[in-house]
Design a protein around this ligand. Structure first.
Ligand code: FAD
Length: 558
């Protein structure tokens, strides 16, 4: 029986180093985890390794929308819009608590890039391509209706608006639930903090990798019939290792989001608006904050350390002030941020924003299969294409038949809700329970949004008592759950990617960090020095996400 407990790490590395897998996936982002679930659920013996934490690459740094990609209509990418549009409905069904409906307002302005007719036609086409249900189809608004939806807009510049349906998610949690489902329900073997360092060949054919375990600080081999590199921005680094880099290569662009308290940008719903250089950005309210993004600029810096620069944050602050002058936002209002890399496919002569968001599969002579590009929204379809390819090879080369793709029916861990209404009912029920210990409805929405039905398991671990704040008891229960069931290794894993607090409630990180550290230290068996270093890593991250240097730091060597 596979496990996803950090306390069973030795069992996992033992399996990885002694068993022969049908498929080894390198990279624990949305793409890799999606592939692992697809393969394992078709009966392939599957392993996945991730060099840092699951979703620590691009898959925790997106705009966190499961969307049809309205802006790709401008680039005439109809098939992409159609595929990801249809996927949104499927992913919502698989995790209704985590992929939630979110209305989006697109204001039309005298100075903006969209006219009323083209927007109406574009949104209409979007509804058709994305197969949007009638109750969710776009509505065109006049000026009064647009201002009513968003009173922060400047009436004298607004000429109307489009109101349409999107979905919002937490990318890191979605990635995590996908890999947890692969492990818990389909026996995949997955581990974080293990890096693919080199390839093993027999007669010119790839048969395995050497892997460096960052926790145990040792190397071990993993043997597999097929190896897929789903390493996102690192795909070319991996291709360089087996000399399979050719003229087709990645073009990395950086995208930054900033987070401000909701009362500093109190938008009533998500809004997609123009910035003066002709691009468009989102402002998305979420709990106590509103986040704004994104930038899109070429990137040549350190792939392992991507940070928000002052000019990135200023661009977004200026963009907000241009559309909402009364808000008068300043860089000092920014309390957190994140920066990620889009692993796009290079096209000669095209700028960052013009590059296609389509995915691409590269097959090397030695058998290495790499996949890059694409969208979070399309992770399931990308996975299906890769596993179809592997299944074909398995049949040709090993006379073994894999099952059909069934991931459109596999409910993700915690996602066992008939529909979104049931999610809301569950929030009500949890809110009632939490009120008894003095916690607000916000905490119920937070728990259910993050963990779905697993909220029950977390509350079962909580020891609410009068001696400590209820918020702390809850955080400790989440931590126990994270270590025992979600491969939490470090406080950064916990505060950034399991709970999302680093982005959406950074104040709670500063408050809770010193208080949960003793429990962390006990559960992980760290000495005082180790615990101190781990705590400092979080403090450093809190600082970096809210203080912005002028230039990229010099690239780390090694
Ligand atoms: P990653 O998430 O980067 O995963 C690759 C993983 O491989 C990393 O975790 C890395 O550590 C690991 N790795 C690398 N080398 C090794 C090695 N040697 N050994 C082991 N592991 C290794 N898409 C949407 O659908 N909606 C959005 O709203 C959206 N917004 C976006 C906004 C921005 C700013 C950006 C940058 C992207 C956005 N995207 C969005 C795109 C989406 O985030 C990506 O397509 C997706 O997350 C890519 O996932 P991935 O698994 O391919 O890459």
């Amino acid at each position: 029986m596979a496990t996803f407990s950090v306390l069973q790490r030795d069992t996992i590395t033992h399996s990885l180093s002694t068993e022969q897998f049908d498929l080894l996936v390198i990279g624990g982002g949305a793409t890799g985890c999606g592939i692992a679930l697809d393969a394992a659920s078709r009966g392939l013996k599957t392993a996945l390794i991730e060099k840092y934490d699951f979703a620590s690459g691009t898959s925790s740094r997106s705009t966190k929308l499961i969307h049809g990609g309205l802006r790709y209509l401008k680039q005439l990418e109809f098939s992409l819009v159609s595929e990801v549009g249809r996927e949104r409905a499927i992913v919502h069904k698989l995790a209704p608590h985590l992929v939630v409906p979110e209305k989006m307002l697109l204001p039309l302005t005298k100075t903006g890039s969209y006219g009323r007719f083209s927007t109406s036609m574009g949104l209409w086409l979007y509804d058709i391509l994305a197969n949007v249900q009638s109750e969710d189809q776009r509505v065109m608004l006049n000026t009064d209706e647009t201002i009513e939806k968003e009173p922060l807009l400047q009436r004298d510049n607004v000429t109307g608006g489009g109101f349409y349906a999107e979905y919002r998610t937490d990318d890191a949690r979605l990635t995590l639930e996908v890999i947890k489902t692969a492990v818990n329900q389909h026996d995949a073997c997955a581990i974080n903090y293990c890096e693919a360092k080199g390839f093993i060949h027999e007669d010119g054919k790839l048969t395995g990798i050497t892997c460096y375990d960052r926790i145990a600080e040792k190397n071990f081999p993993i043997q597999a019939k097929y190896i897929v590199s789903a390493t996102g921005p690192w795909v070319d680094t991996m291709r360089a290792k087996n000399n399979s880099l050719n003229h087709k290569r990645l073009h990395l662009t950086k995208g930054v989001h900033i987070v401000v308290p909701h009362d500093r940008l109190p938008v009533k719903q998500s809004i997609y608006f123009d910035v003066p250089d002709g691009r468009m950005i989102f402002a998305i309210p979420r709990g106590k904050v509103t986040y704004v993004g994104t930038t899109d600029t070429d990137y040549h810096g350190d792939l392992d350390h991507i940070i928000t620069l002052q000019k990135d944050a200023q661009y977004l602050v200026d963009g907000v002030n241009n559309t909402f002058p009364d808000v008068n936002l300043s860089i000092e209002d920014v309390e957190s941020s994140w920066a990620g890399l889009r692993p796009l496919i290079h096209e000669e002569g095209k700028s960052a924003s013009e590059l296609s968001r389509k995915d691409e599969i590269f097959q090397a002579k030695d058998g290495l299969i790499s996949i890059a590009g694409g969208k979070l929204t399309g992770y399931r379809k990308m996975a299906q294409r890769i596993v179809d390819l592997v299944a074909k090879k398995l049949k040709q080369e090993h006379q073994r038949k894999a099952g059909p793709c069934i991931t459109d029916e596999i409910v993700l861990e915690g996602g066992d809700f008939k529909n979104y209404k049931k999610v809301k009912n569950y929030v009500d029920k949890i809110a009632e329970q939490l009120a008894k210990v003095g916690l607000e409805r916000y905490h119920a929405a937070y728990l259910v949004g993050n963990y779905g039905r697993q909220t029950k398991s977390i509350l079962a671990l909580a020891t609410f008592n009068e001696a400590e704040e209820a918020e702390l008891s809850l955080a400790k229960a989440e931590l126990k759950f994270g270590i025992e069931q979600e491969m939490v290794h470090t406080p950064r894993d916990f505060f950034t990617r399991r709970t999302g607090r680093m982005y959406f409630d950074i104040g709670s990180v500063r408050r809770l960090l010193p208080q949960v550290m003793p429990l962390f230290q006990t559960l992980m068996n760290w000495n005082d020095e180790e615990a101190k270093i781990k705590q400092q890593e979080v403090e450093q991250e809190c600082y970096e996400l809210s203080h912005f240097p002028i230039e990229e730091p010099t690239k780390a060597v090694g």
